[in-house]
Design a protein around this ligand. Sequence first.
Ligand code: G
Ligand code: G
Ligand code: MN
Ligand code: NA
Length: 254
Amino acid sequence: VEIETRLRPALERGELELHFQPIHTIAGELCGFEALSRWPLAGRGLVPPSEFIPVAEATGLLSTLTDWALDTGLAALARWRALRPDLDLTLSVNIAPTRGTTTYLQQAIASALARHHIPAHALCLEITESALIVDDAPARHFFMALRDLGVRLSIDDFGTGYSSFAYLTQLPVDEVKIDQTFISALADRTASATVVASIVGLAHQLGLQALAEGVETAEQLAAVRRLGCDLVQGYLLGRPMPAQEVDRLIGREA
Ligand code: G
Ligand code: G
Ligand code: MN
Ligand code: NA
């Protein structure tokens, strides 16, 4: 109840923060960031998105939140791309598809890209696998409409849903983010290596990139490299951080 009544004014007053977690190529080059929203709430500390995204969705605030994340994230990306044109940095933004938002999102994304002079290929939209229903015409329509903008599309938390592999053959996707439950189990469960290897194999056969999420140890990094992942993200390479920390990081990056 508290979250519900306090989220709208917090959004209006600009009290949410956007943090950025680095994404690296398997060769070790910084190539982009995932934008993750954070809500510092007086008396409650940092409220995690898992608590306020569902509230935003239920109270009709999700489009306001998405607008804010796109605008804030792309403004920061424009600055970083200008600072380091050699890196062709990208930004990944989480999108929760809800009924009837396709046209709205298409317009919001196109206008945010134009406003910040960002080429479409530098924006990646992450759609959580569990939010999709593959036999649903709207899901396919949704992806096609966003694809028309020229942005990259990624399936988040890949491997946790019911019909992971069906999505890949039916939706126009550029990347799969292999869920961190598979990555964290790599050291002690050989079955996880088999799962990761088959996801990477299928992704590559379909011309997609495979990103390993939640890489926390050097052993996991070595394993995902051996298994052929193209991109890596996780605490080992960098935690989600405020924009000012990225400014410093980018200045240091060779
Ligand atoms: O750090 P982590 O707790 O940030 O994020 C938890 C979940 O919240 C992730 O699944 C992530 O996709 C989601 N999330 C974080 N920020 C946003 C956002 O701005 N929009 C949406 N739709 N989801 C987000
Ligand atoms: O959007 P998505 O569901 O992928 O959200 C990613 C979540 O994973 C965020 O909550 C982010 O803070 C978290 N995360 C990112 N890297 C790591 C990691 O190395 N280990 C763990 N445990 N969580 C991570
Ligand atoms: Mn994500
Ligand atoms: Na994920």
